[in-house]
Design a protein around this ligand. Structure first.
Ligand SMILES: Cc1cc2nc3c(=O)[nH]c(=O)nc-3n(C[C@H](O)[C@H](O)[C@H](O)COP(=O)(O)O)c2cc1C
Length: 233
């Protein structure tokens, strides 16, 4: 009887240890995977930011120079927007906002939209989506040039009713067999421009605040080598 009890105790301890080791391994793997995913997302975001406003078009640290833009129910569900600011010699030249296109084929599409202070699009990039490979994923720069069609556009160019895909009377191409995805992106970009126009003076005030002290100081190479010519100024 005592031998049986001892065997049960030994098995229980063995099982307990096994559960602890297995559980611990899973937890550590989960934490490491989550960290890696976060790191990859941050890298992808940084890459997109520098594609929208390349390094030769600003002399501040784009990654850390952020401002909080006004909340607006129609644009961002009443939540403040944290935007990245590009500056040249301390003067703000543009900003990049995170924007959600809520009505993609498979749900929300996350975008970054760059706008200069005249309200022209500097560039748009998709940072995350779940659209169908081979159909809706042509919004990615890896798959097609489609997203570049926004660069240089503004709220009146094209006129408001033409801010749509060609199938719906607009100027933007849709994809063969896939209209929902591009339409969702077009509408989200237009919405960003409407938001920018409606809050323009507030945004200008916010941007003209002194650059964040976290910004890296200008390096002598930057000061000597800058030719601050911008596509849209
Ligand atoms: C399996 C499957 C996946 C699809 N994925 C997409 C997609 O990612 N993006 C998209 O715009 N349309 C996708 N479509 C096509 C849409 O259902 C729709 O027919 C197309 O976008 C045209 O929409 P419209 O008639 O509103 O213009 C998919 C269809 C199927 C059957």
């Amino acid at each position: 009887m005592a031998a049986l009890a001892q065997s049960i105790r030994r098995n229980a301890i063995g099982l307990g240890l096994f559960a602890i080791v297995t559980g611990g391994t899973i937890a550590v793997t989960q934490v490491m995977t989550a960290e890696r995913i976060e790191e990859q997302a941050a890298k992808a975001e940084a890459k997109a930011l520098f594609e929208i406003i390349p390094e030769d078009q600003h002399d501040n640290n784009l990654l850390t120079d952020t401002v909080e833009l006004p909340a607006d129910d129609r644009f961002n569900a009443g939540e403040p927007v944290t935007a990245w600011v590009a500056r040249d010699n301390g003067r703000p030249t543009g900003l990049i906002m995170p924007v959600v296109a809520p009505d993609g084929y498979s749900g929300a599409i996350q975008l970054l939209v760059g706008i200069d202070l005249q309200g022209r699009i500097l560039g748009v990039r998709v940072t995350s989506h779940r659209e169908t490979p081979g159909l809706g994923d042509r919004i990615e720069t890896k798959k097609s040039d489609w997203i570049h069609a926004f660069t240089g556009r503004s709220l009146r160019d094209p006129e408001p009713r033409r801010w749509n895909v060609k199938k719906n009377g607009g100027v933007y191409d849709h994809f063969t067999g896939a209209t929902i995805t591009p339409r969702a992106v077009v509408k989200a970009v237009q919405k960003s421009l409407i938001y920018f126009r409606q809050h323009r003076s507030e945004i200008r005030d916010i941007l003209n605040e002194p650059a964040s002290p976290r910004n890296k100081p200008l390096t002598p190479e930057k000061i000597a080598g800058q030719t601050p010519e911008r596509e849209h100024s």
